[in-house]
Design a protein around this ligand. Structure first.
Ligand code: HPA
Length: 271
């Protein structure tokens, strides 16, 4: 990755009308309905944006969408890149750097995750308060990282406290139950074994998924305040483990998404 590549990606998007978005939003698996809330949308397919990671077949629908939600200019990533698709850490976080360069001042992230904390149930939403990186690498481990910011990025409070407080208040007002906890990221794409679920619990994870942490690390590198929500799509009980059905995960994510959209929309209004 070079600064020149980033500039070319950004120039392409600005030329398409991506004009100074204030908020970037990354939509997770099964969580695409938020795009229906975007007013006056302009779309850019990932495959057409210079230096964006080359999309796999599965990814042909991936696009960046610029527009407004609740009167605020946003840029939304419909579909993200995952390590399990064969991308590397630099690929999957490149769009975060592009959105930052476009001008976003806040980043919202969503994902589908499994519940390790068995007080949490399918269909719950969890506000990520902290994370455990179990993906075996870092999006900041590259030679010229110093050109883009610090190498040794502080991670004492990676999820913005002010937005967390705001969204908790919103959830109360809207009567939406919002859990809070620690998200552990794994590479996937295989699901976890019973022994791995036991390990994750001992480590202190409340939820597990295959994304988000690299994007959060890069947002911290860029000093970009971030908020992240997990939609819990399955219960990871090692003593009573049901085979995971990906179709069901996507369905539960979709059924829960309206609550998540409500939270994000109300949060946008406060920014
Ligand atoms: N692990 C277990 N369950 C899940 C995951 C995961 O990574 N993502 C969504 N549900």
């Amino acid at each position: 990755m070079t600064k020149k590549q980033l500039e070319e990606s950004v120039a392409y998007l600005k030329n398409k009308g991506f004009d100074a978005p204030e908020i970037g939003i990354v939509l997770g698996t099964g969580l695409g309905q938020l795009v229906n809330e975007i007013e006056n949308p302009i779309e850019a397919h990932y495959n057409h944006i210079p230096y964006f990671p080359l999309a796999t077949v599965e990814f042909h629908t991936g696009k960046l969408i610029f527009g407004t939600i609740a009167g605020k200019k946003v840029v939304v990533m419909q579909g993200r890149f995952h390590l399990y698709e064969g991308y590397d850490f630099l690929d999957i976080t490149y769009p975060i750097r592009v959105m930052h360069q476009l001008g976003i001042q806040k980043l919202f992230v969503s994902n589908a995750a499994g519940a390790i904390n068995l007080n949490f149930k399918k269909g719950d939403i969890m506000l990520i308060e902290d994370h455990i990186n179990l993906q075996g690498g870092s999006p900041l481990a590259f030679k010229n990282v110093a050109e883009f910011g610090d190498r040794f990025v502080d991670m004492a409070e990676p999820y913005d406290l002010d937005m967390r407080n705001k969204i908790e208040k919103i959830a109360k007002e809207e009567g939406i139950s919002l859990k809070k906890g620690v998200y552990a990221s794994v590479v996937g794409p295989q699901l976890e074994t019973k022994a791995e679920y036991r390990m994750l619990k001992i480590l202190g994870a409340d939820a597990v998924g295959m994304s988000t942490v690299p994007e959060v690390i890069v947002a911290n590198h860029l000093r970009l305040p971030i908020i992240a929500l997990s939609v819990l799509t399955d219960e990871c009980d090692p003593d009573n483990l049901q085979p995971v059905n990906i179709q069901e995960i996507i369905e539960i994510a979709g059924n829960t998404e309206p609550k998540m959209i409500q939270l994000f929309k109300e949060l946008i209004k406060t920014i």
